[in-house]
Design a binder for this molecule. Structure first.
Ligand SMILES: [Fe+2]
Length: 270
């Protein structure tokens, strides 16, 4: 059986971690597949959308700037002219960075922006949605996720399927970058991998540790299938919709001097 590694990083991970093919017959079921009513998304497992009203995007950017600035101010002074894409210049301490970028935000903090994005995604998918309630660090909540990726740092996730964590299996993932996504500095996607049986995917047996950072989810490193990797070139207000079964990740921040911040809505059927 010939295994093709997804990229050089995956080949490197494969030399230091215990690996296995997926054991579970992990195939998305019709009753949890939120892409099924949109033929294009359903076929490729992912697609791009553009926030209908640019003012929604601008308010999201403003809110995230304020929220992240507030969190930074727990540890240090931040000047009034703080720009989100310059986060890495203000914050030098690795531990503080991990405390600030904890992934979870109460969705209510986004105000009407949350409803506007949810309604647009409902229209695209033809299904009523709500945020998937989860327990994050011991507290149950309706969280929107956010990620802060400093340039030249290991803040990204390796390739994976969200569905390897069972509670994401009935969701759809909406990834919306708000700064630092220019010049193709995006998440990567493997088209149609959402319908690959798990026994075609070589993965780490547990979450990996890369340069001192521990990931919850196992990393996909290779496959016996043929594949291509897509890195979408996004404009301001563009985001990605994708199946939790789709292999995605490796969104390294390749910029030299720009922090990338993105927001993530994990919706399930209402
Ligand atoms: Fe993911």
């Amino acid at each position: 059986m010939h295994i093709k590694y997804l990229n050089e990083d995956c080949e490197r991970i494969s030399k230091t971690c215990d690996l296995e093919f997926g054991k579970e017959l992990l195939i998305l079921k019709d009753d949890t597949n939120l892409l099924s009513r949109n033929p294009q998304l359903n076929k490729s497992g992912f697609g791009r959308f553009t926030v209908q009203d640019i003012s929604t995007f601008n308010r999201l950017e403003k809110t995230m700037t304020l929220l992240i600035k507030e969190r930074m101010e727990l540890y240090q002074n931040v000047s009034d002219d703080f720009q989100l894409n310059q986060y890495h210049k203000h914050l030098v301490n690795q531990e503080d960075h991990f405390k600030i970028s904890t992934w979870a935000l109460d969705y209510k903090l986004l105000g009407s922006v949350y409803d506007e994005i949810k309604e647009q995604v409902e229209e695209i998918l033809g299904v009523k949605l709500r945020i998937k309630r989860i327990n994050h660090m011991g507290t149950e909540g309706d969280y929107v996720g956010f990620r802060v990726l400093r340039p030249q740092k290991n803040d990204h996730n390796p390739f994976h399927r969200d569905a390897w964590i069972p509670y994401w299996r009935d969701t759809v993932n909406i990834w919306l970058p708000i700064c630092g996504f220019e010049d193709g500095n995006s998440l990567q996607f493997i088209p149609e991998s959402h319908i690959w049986p798990d026994n075609k995917v070589l993965k780490t047996s547990a979450g990996v540790e890369i340069s001192g950072k521990k990931y919850h989810v196992p990393a996909a490193v290779g496959t016996t299938n043929d594949f291509t990797i897509v890195t979408p070139a996004l404009q301001k207000g563009d985001g990605m919709i994708f199946s939790p079964y789709l292999i995605h990740g490796n969104g390294v921040n390749r910029q030299d001097d720009t922090t990338r911040v993105s927001v993530e809505f994990r919706f399930c059927k209402d």
